[in-house]
Design a protein around this ligand. Structure first.
Ligand code: IPM
Ligand code: MG
Length: 361
């Protein structure tokens, strides 16, 4: 089969990890006789440098014409000045919003050979296999008003956590549908003891749970969830939450897996059924301090490609071929710096990509 993929490497370690991910994608093409046509584009700081904006209409249109988008990471100290009007992150938010990617899937799976790489005790992280479904185009990130201003008493600022019924319904449905493919348990995370948006969220969760009698729905306050994540994470399965809560909790959850460098993500435009358009990116950032040194762990981005094959191209066997190649490479003892431990073989970004790609061919 033939697919068009928009490739947006972005900034920092983005280009390095994306290069390894496309290497692995080409290995899949060879082995399974597919054709992946890669269309390169700019987003983030590198786009600001060229055009003054973080996402050009041209890049956006190109993404819309493709079957899926592969993204590295955006941002860096060069563009960090809070006084400036354009930020690399704006490009990422614009992509999510303009492409309608409201459902962010962030699986956190602790691989048996990495239980000793985490900062938690191995017996706590053993067997962790959970999935965050994060709302991605609403809440504090986009709500209006959103501004800073001066008053006679000093400066003031506001952000707005706004959610419509339709926005809440569609993300909760993704949560219920995915719970159906897993443990049939769904945890809806909110702050309904304080926030109006959360009260509406909880009400709607209860209402639509009627359509999913086979799913056990549980509500969990976001602060309690933060605690449960490091207390008994192996008990958790599918969790659905609004944008900001999901941002914070998924960084926390990533530590269960040993390193942010291990975790992939998919941002989808609908319930994953059939070929669903999506953008795929590692959950880590651009890590400027490690950029350009062949150090970064490419596994998060490579695993994101597996998610692309699964959700956007309906190529499950191919997706598993990547996941198995990652497992086998780790099994053989190869590690990038972030997951390195005694007695293992330290490799760089390129070597890790080569090892995984070779296993697929
Ligand atoms: C993420 C990142 C982004 C977010 C930033 C880079 C805008 O932290 O994907 O989790 O906050 O959504
Ligand atoms: Mg984040």
């Amino acid at each position: 089969m033939e697919f068009d993929v928009a490739v947006l490497p972005g900034d920092g370690i983005g280009p390095e990890v994306v290069a390894e991910a496309t290497k692995v994608l080409q290995a899949v093409a060879e082995r399974f006789r597919h054709k992946f046509l890669l269309h390169q584009g700019l987003v983030g700081g590198c786009a600001i440098d060229v055009s003054g904006i973080a996402l050009s209409q041209e890049t956006l249109d190109m993404c819309k014409q493709c079957d899926a988008v592969l993204l590295g990471a955006v941002g860096g100290p060069k563009w960090d000045d809070p006084q400036t009007k354009v930020h690399p992150e704006d490009g990422l938010l614009a992509l999510r919003k303009e492409l309608g990617l409201f459902a962010n899937l962030r699986p956190v799976k602790v691989l048996p050979m990495l239980v000793n790489s985490t900062s938690l005790r191995p017996e706590i992280v053993e067997g962790v296999d959970l999935l965050f479904v994060r709302e991605l185009t609403g809440g504090l990130y986009f709500g209006q008003p959103k501004k800073q201003w001066r008053t006679s008493e000093g400066r003031q600022a506001v952000d707005t956590m706004a959610y419509s019924e339709a926005e809440i319904k569609r993300i909760l449905r993704v949560g219920f549908e995915l719970a159906r493919t897993r443990s049939k348990k769904l945890i809806s995370v909110d702050k309904a003891n304080i926030l109006q948006s959360s009260r509406l969220w909880r009400q709607i969760a209860i209402e639509i749970s009627v359509d999913y009698p086979d799913i056990e729905l549980q509500h969990m306050l976001v602060d309690a969830c933060a605690m449960r994540l490091i207390q008994r994470p192996a008990d958790l399965d599918v969790l659905v939450t609004e944008n900001t809560f999901g941002d914070i909790l998924t960084d926390e959850a990533s530590m269960l897996a040993g390193s942010m460098g291990m975790l992939p993500s998919a941002s989808l435009a609908g319930i994953p059924k059939g070929k669903t358009f999506g953008m795929y990116e590692p959950i880590h950032g651009s890590v400027p301090s490690r950029a350009g040194q062949n150090l970064a762990n490419p596994i998060a981005t490579i695993s994101s490609v597996a998610m692309m094959l699964r959700y956007s191209f309906e190529l499950e066997t191919e997706a598993q071929a990547i996941e198995n190649a990652v497992l086998a490479t780790l099994e053989q003892g190869y590690r990038t710096y972030d997951i390195m431990s005694e007695g293992k073989t330290k490799v760089g970004t390129k070597e890790m990509g080569d090892l995984i790609a070779q296993r697929i061919k």
